[in-house]
Write a protein that binds this ligand. Sequence first.
Ligand code: ZN
Length: 507
Amino acid sequence: MERCACLSAACSSRGCLCRQQRQGPAETAAPAPAEKHVEADAAARCCAGSGGIASPRPPPPPPRCSLQDLPVELLVEIFASLPGTDLPSLAQACTRFHSLLHTDSIWRRRCREEYGLGENLQDLEVMGVSCREVYTQLLHPHRHLLGLWQLDTEPYRELLKVAVDGLGITGWKYLPPHNRRVDGRMQLKPSFRIRLTERKSATAECRAGCSSRSHSLHIQVQKDQFTTQCNRIDHRRMSGCSGTNFPNWVRAERGLEDRLLSYHHSDCLTYRRLYLPPSHPDDLIRPGLFKGTSEAGSLKIAMLSFQGKYARATKITGDPGIPAWKETLEIHLRHRIQLPNVKILRNFNVLSRIVRAMHEQVVQEQQEEEDRPEDSEGHGWQGPAQPSIGGSGAAALEEQPAHSFVLPAGVRSSDQNCPRTYRMCFYGVDMVTFYGFAYTQRFPGIVFLFDENHFGFLCLDLKCFLLYSRVQDTFRNVEAPSPQAFLEMLENVQSLPLGGAACTLKI
Ligand SMILES: [Zn+2]
């Protein structure tokens, strides 16, 4: 009861309503000693305004009120607008609040606003489950599991999206793309599902196997990683359903044998949390996940982020040639390349000369920067990204005239459906550490920015064009809490052993 009295300070009583409607913000914020005077004054104005005769006696002070005096409907409305995490302590305040917090509309709103649970809430009645139970037994206890994750111990480094889905929480794994079109949709397959049982407790079921019969799964969440332990390891050994090997067409094309692609089977899988890069109004396009072609012809998933004077597209999945996180396309936003006409774009030799000249300029500038380390930047979010462009951000991209795009003669691309126009191009370097090599190779070239969802890299040394297209999916709970947290995640994941600790891939 004491806590109710304390909360009453925040109350706007029915008696105060007239005063509040007539006062300006400055009066509302007036200090307590002046309040009585303001009330009397406001009441006098109130009566005068209504045509009445002002009483010589001051009106009685408005009655004191507390939250306890509010009607049930209003209390329910207030409670429903509070974060769900505050409600348990509110329930301990008094028996009336405790009783009111069993009102299901409060928890229905919390489920909707905090977890996006909108559909199928009517089904709860049929199942005999309340929104409060869904919130307290399912959603809140598993909130740290929501987001984007990556499997730690296999060559492809499968991505996993854990999201609220219907009346449960589902872990969806992204299958390796089966075609070479970057605009194709990502394929998802359920890996596990957490749901409420008839006993109204949450249970996790493994859905990773080929068999439609689900079985129990143990999930343990730590800060930025979680492990799943399934008692049935046979399903992962069954052909075609592991999702952890490379797609069959990659294997066939590269002549790889299964033994080369096998990895240590374990009944315990570890996933590491991935953040998507924070976005900034200066970014030329929205950062995020992109599908990209590779020199080997397979599709990869890359994460585009803007970091000061560079944009970086880091390959986060593995393939037979390059481990996950060991290829980064670095886009030099301050080294823009102008190609006056499409004839130059067709001429590979002219392009090579342009890139070589830009490369030498960049090397020289980097040398000068090393001599003046205090001036170097580009590892954070500070500073304008591209001062030479004139504007900033997506607006600057839109303002650029569209130039015709064609592939230069003799350059191959595994996806021929490149956009027909581009807006801007920059000097870029693809930095790759191949399997079996300790050093990083650098391939200079030209990065073409087509539109909000497409960019591409012309690699002159390898005479190939790599096209990138945005992964069109809805992600929740994936924003990095800060730019620093994102950079730390990048650093941690890039320092992992090649292909994961248990990987036996050798090419
Ligand atoms: Zn299983």
